[in-house]
Unconditional design. Structure first.
Length: 110
């Protein structure tokens, strides 16, 4: 499990190196996930190898919400003062996410 965890971390590191090396506005972990996706598409055996580690991480996903909750508590007043832009951004991103998901499903069902 440690070996496969290191593999996942190396993809994140590669994403960080690419993002910072090329000055890209995309977060390194996102680039790392895209690299991991390409790797998994090209190497089907890796899916079975990485699945137990990925499932283990997903079981503890809720722990990642603790820092966000603390941030909301610490910056509550700022969130209240900037509520309108936050709500607008959330609504727009939700609608765009739904549209992109619907188009992707439609395209995949062809």
């Amino acid at each position: 499990m440690i070996n496969t965890f290191v593999i996942l971390l190396l993809f994140q590191l590669a994403g960080e190196v690419i993002a910072h090396g090329f000055g890209m506005p995309i977060p390194g972990p996102v680039i790392g996930m895209l690299l991991l996706l390409i790797y998994l598409l090209l190497n089907r055996d890796a899916v079975e190898k990485l699945a137990p580690t990925a499932n283990g991480l997903l079981r503890h996903l809720s722990i990642l919400f603790v820092p966000a909750g603390v941030g909301v508590m610490l910056h509550g007043q700022r969130i209240v003062t900037e509520a309108l832009p936050i709500i607008v951004a959330l609504l727009i991103s939700t609608v765009l996410g739904m549209i992109v998901t619907a188009l992707a499903i439609k395209w995949l069902q062809k």
